[in-house]
Design a protein around this ligand. Sequence first.
Ligand code: GRF
Length: 200
Amino acid sequence: MKNLGILLSGRGSNFEAIARNVEAGKIPAKIAVVVSNREDAPGLARARALKLEARFISSQGKGREEYDREVVRVLQQLHVDLVCLAGFMRILSPYFVRAFPRRILNIHPGLLPAFPGLDAQKQALDYGVKFTGCTVHIVDEGVDTGPIVCQAVVPVYDEDTVDSLSARILEEEHRIYTEAICLMLEDRIRIDGRRVLLRK
Ligand code: GRF
C-alpha cells in the first residue's frame, strides 16, 4: 500500500475529499500524514478528528529551505510515496522538489497555464473568460508550471461572483484530484517532455 502525505494551510476541503475516497477504497493508498504550516488550519483539526497523523510544522523564523528540510524529514520518516499539496500556501524550495522528483502533485483553481499564482478564480472573472476550471499538475521548481496530469473545464456565468465561481470549480477539484492521484499511484502515466500521457 502506498503512502500519501498531504500538505495544507487552510480549509482542507481537497484533503477531505481525498480522505473520503481513501476511506471508500477509491484511492489505493493510506494517508500517512497531514502537515500544516498553520496551527489554526481547519484542515489540520479535521485530520485530527479523523484520527490521522497530523503535524503542525511552524515556519516561524525559518528560512525556506530550512523549513522544507524539516517537512521532508517528516515525510521521509513516514515513508511517504506521493506528496499532495492541497491549499498549501508556500512555494516549495528546489530542495523539496528534488527530494520527491515527480512525486508531488498540486491542485490549482484555474486552467493552467492561464491564471497561475494567487486568486486564480478572480483573475479569470476579471479577465472575462467564458470558461475556466482547475488543474492537477506535477510540481516542478517553478510556480504552477509543472506537467499537467488532469484538468476540468467549468463555465463562467454572467451572474458569477468570485464565491459562486470558486464553488463550481471546487466541485471539479475534488473529483480530478482523486483521478490524478490514482493515475500516479497506479503508475498509469508516462511523461514525455511536458506531456503526461496514459501508458498504453
Ligand atoms: C483550492 O482552491 C485549491 O485549488 C487551491 O487552494 C484551495 C484550497 O482549498 N490550491 P481547500 O483548503 O482544499 O478547501
